[in-house]
Design a protein around this ligand. Sequence first.
Ligand code: EPU
Length: 417
Amino acid sequence: MDKFVIKGGRPLTGSIPASGSKNSALPALAAALLTAEPVILRRIPAVRDIRTMQRLLIDIGSTVEVTPDYVRLDTREITSPEAPYELVKTMRASSLVLGPLAARAGRARVSLPGGCAIGARPIDLHIAGLEALGARINQSHGYVEAEAPGGLRGARIHFDKITVTGTEDLMMAATLASGETVLENAAQEPEVKDLADLLTKMGAKIEGAGTSTIRIEGVKKLGGADHTIIGDRIEAGTFLVAGAITNGDLTVTDCPVEHLGALIVKLRQAGVEVTEDGSSLRVRVSGPVRSVDITTEEYPGFATDLQAQYMALMTQAEGIAIVTETIFENRFMHAQELARMGANIRLDGRRAIVAGPRELTGAGVIASDLRASASLVLAGLAAHGETVIDRVYHIDRGYERIEEKLARAGAEIERVD
Ligand code: EPU
């Protein structure tokens, strides 16, 4: 298993490019199941979750061609409308094939995800939505089976809780349902909007994506499309925090600036200088960083996927910062590891109380999930001495060659076997 060895204390300078968004690319790949024509997707990040999704699509019947410039998917026929436990347990986003398979093949069999490092994360809302669209649902042996041999039919669906992939899954299913579907209390994340843009290019009729009410008028058939995925706001945000935590002067290029509003506001309040220039964001730290509270929320609020990285920064800030996690019930696994490096963090239910600044010292730490791992990398960059991060396969799920990108900006980070 790979590890990262980081020698901390060097300010990051220069520039790092953002990759395409993992969380936009995953539903886009699943959307290719909705048509028998080729779909070309550009700016697909080369990360492990994407490879897992491509493997799943091949099992289902797609031909997948991966080139440096694009991924081409061709699903003339669905040969096996199934997502097995072996894949779903490694990547919960596999459940994104449920809606497309039920809509196109009239049948889907998808493993229930089970527990997860950051919370329970059930898919009950995906399932209830499909049932509302007329699918017959059967749950047994750890699998959910949806059947709609005569096709899905449009419905009004109100989400009890805002769910990103749930919104995406049902939006995809509704594109091929007969009549109109209205999704209320829908997720407003940029990734939902990007998926709607792709589906629209494929011939879907969708209004309101990016707001809390999405209307989809079903069509008989969807066609091929050529689509470029948006930039990864979470990866870009991670690099911005990396610049700040190392007291550096770092520019993130190809950056989805308009999707990073909540982070930019907090960084500026904390005393980090953030300047925009087209699609680039530059962070500079010249004075002390101050503690600023955050509460994670659905978009456009502060992203839960940046909470761990921001917490690492707050260990270096003057004062007390309260970090409140409202999206997932168990997303503070990084706090214990940061504490091993010298951080002063007290957990109180959904809140973490971070007192800073505390000098961090290099230590051996274990990555527990994707974003927690990113926060440990950031802490390692700021720490004195050597940090060894074990189980970096978590970080490879969602960051494209992070060690190479950081090294280009002056970080001393090495991958060892
Ligand atoms: N929820 C339910 N029932 C459902 C679906 C969700 O109770 O049927 C709950 C979840 O347990 C959670 C909340 O609703 O408490 C929000 O979950 P959501 O469904 O929005 O999360 P997701 O769609 O599974 C996506 C991202 C996550 C990101 C969350 C929140 C993808 C592939 N994943 O997950 O990304 O944290 O939205 O923004 O888009 C990551 O990239 O590291 C990551 C975990």
